[in-house]
Design a binder for this molecule. Structure first.
Ligand code: PMP
Length: 285
């Protein structure tokens, strides 16, 4: 996978995919000083690309790193990668991290902040079974309190338990895991936000303690524009018994219907179908 054709943008230059390497003493590798973005390009245009560039800079700032690039430069880097690889429909991954340098320890002010952008073709996140409704496990780990870690950052360190929980879910035949937060309320999946339907109204966890996804914000606005009521609130896991529909939102997941979470079952109903179709139309408009 490392030794293949393609171009990656790294620290200001387009280089060959196989040459996009970092040193083993990279600070980020030891101490998780890394932030990233996941974006999708549809028909040659990155959906909300500039918002993603701004979030990357903000995530870096939350981790005490100053982005060496402005949002416009990051936008240009992403565009350059798409053009160099000849992609019109692709997933775009930007990553910014603290590199190797003089400091090998936790404190590493003098080590350079570095950045790369790669892109690849990536279809449906949960595979072909999308319309059957994804099956989710309930994660054993909890989303942490904002007092323990900067939960608003899209930071590598927040994903350690995501990988562990997703592996555990896959071993049980599920496609993802749903996290509760440290207080026991419903939070998010390992790479996506969650929505529920009850009596024609929408309920979604308040995003003040985990990533407030760009797709989440887009979908909430779409629902409100359709005249639907959206409740952003704390949701107890037992409430899932009373919800009729459920879906996930995320750049990679887009709008993915959910059929089951642990012991709770949901239909892939009218609201879910409309939201998924409207989102699909919006990203391509
Ligand atoms: N939560 C987590 C943990 C994620 O990794 C993602 C994907 N970036 C999301 C939510 C959804 O965010 P977005 O809609 O901005 O892709």
């Amino acid at each position: 996978y490392d030794d293949r054709d393609g171009k990656i943008w790294m620290d200001g230059n387009l280089i060959d995919w196989r040459d996009a390497q970092v040193h083993v003493l990279t600070h980020a590798l030891h101490y998780a000083s890394s932030v990233f973005e996941g974006e999708r390009c549809y028909s040659g245009k990155i959906f909300k690309g500039h918002e993603h560039s701004l979030r990357l800079i903000e995530s870096a700032r939350l981790l005490d790193m100053t982005s060496p690039y402005g949002a416009d430069e990051i936008d240009a880097a992403k565009q350059a990668v798409l053009e160099a690889n000849g992609f019109t429909d692709a997933y775009v991954r930007a990553v910014m991290w603290r590199g190797s340098g003089e400091d090998m320890g936790v404190s590493a002010r003098k080590n350079p902040v570095r950045m790369a952008v790669a892109a690849w073709e990536w279809g449906s996140y949960y595979g072909d079974a999308k319309w059957q409704g994804a099956k989710l496990d309930i994660a054993k780990w909890k989303r942490p309190s904002p007092e323990t870690i900067p939960t608003a950052a899209k930071a590598a360190g927040l994903y350690m338990i995501c990988t562990m929980s997703k592996h555990a879910a896959e071993e049980k035949g599920c496609s993802d895991a749903l996290f509760m937060d440290w207080e026991g309320y419903v939070a998010e999946a390992t790479g996506a936000n969650i929505f529920f339907v009850k009596d024609g109204e929408i309920h979604t966890p308040l995003a003040d303690r985990f990533l407030n996804g760009i797709t989440r914000q887009t979908v909430i606005q779409m629902l409100k524009d359709k005249g639907l009521t959206v409740h952003e609130r704390r949701i107890r896991p037992e409430e899932m018994a009373d919800f009729s529909e459920c879906w996930l939102t995320g750049t990679a997941a887009e709008v993915t219907p959910v059929g089951q979470i642990g012991e709770y079952h949901f239909q892939v109903g009218q609201t879910t179908r409309e939201v998924a179709e409207d989102y699909e139309a919006l990203v391509r408009s």
